[in-house]
Design a binder for this molecule. Sequence first.
Ligand code: UDP
Ligand code: MG
Length: 315
Amino acid sequence: MRLAVVIPCFNEEQSLVRLCDRLLEVLPGVADEFEVLLVDDGSTDRTLSIARNISAADPRFRYLALSRNFGKESAMLAGLGDAKGDAVAILDADLQHPPELLGAMVGLLEQGYQQVVARRTRTGDPRLRTFGARLFYRLINRLIDVEVQDGVGDFRLLSRAALDALLSLDEYYRFSKGLFAWIGFDTAVVDYDNVPRQGGASRWTFRKLLDYGIDGVVSFNNRPLRLAIYAGVLCTLLGFGYAAWVLLSALAFGNSAPGYVTTICGVVGLGGLQLLLLGVIGEYLGRIYFETKRRPHYLIKESSTAPPLTVSVER
Ligand code: UDP
Ligand code: MG
């Protein structure tokens, strides 16, 4: 089997060398032939020059450098699109995805699975974060049509068939978790213990997680728009009901001045609802706008096959 390992790297100078050393220990025992593809996602530290050095020292390590920071999804896509081999593994550069697991994963692939995903346990995570994640997956699985699992991330191994299927989806907004689930294929799961991040900092903030959640929902179906219709119907019914009641109470009991409070509540509440729903529509519209531009997902500034003419001195 020829195995390719794709590693998106953004400011990973602290772990890259260690990761490659570990890969060198593991990979020869796992696959007949292998290549490692380091994708530098516009890092601002020494990641790129380290990648150049690694690849110069060992041609089985290749690198690609994007022209700026395009985000992990794009970096991953760049690597996957360029990877050669019968199977492709995706690994984070921060040593949170133990390469030692690849042996077991390749074993499963050889048994006939097309996708092997690694699922991390959440030991050692802050309580609140674990709770938040549980809630997120509960919610998102209700909202979208494909099933995504907690602890299952981008650490996975794809057969050539699964990879080609994935690459055939060329939408601009990529919610990988959903896309991996969407392509289907026989999928096996391998569990591993959570490893705290080694060096550097995670890019996730609460705000980003929230955005990620919205992305997940919006890029997988139009159920929020459906919800908007239901909410609209409900409000209309309530409005008519209330109007009927006011009319009735005026006719029957001579109550001709219904509350000021109800008026304000009605105006503010409905105004809020309308803005919210406009936001939902806008979100979809914005996506259509970006999709229609058909811009590339990433641009490559250099790679191991096309290195820069003058290699920049260590920064
Ligand atoms: N990454 C990337 N581009 C980015 C942000 C992150 O290529 O804009 C890479 C990063 O180098 C790492 C992986 O994506 O290899 C996961 O990033 P991180 O560890 O920050 O995320 P987490 O593990 O917390 O989900
Ligand atoms: Mg990480």
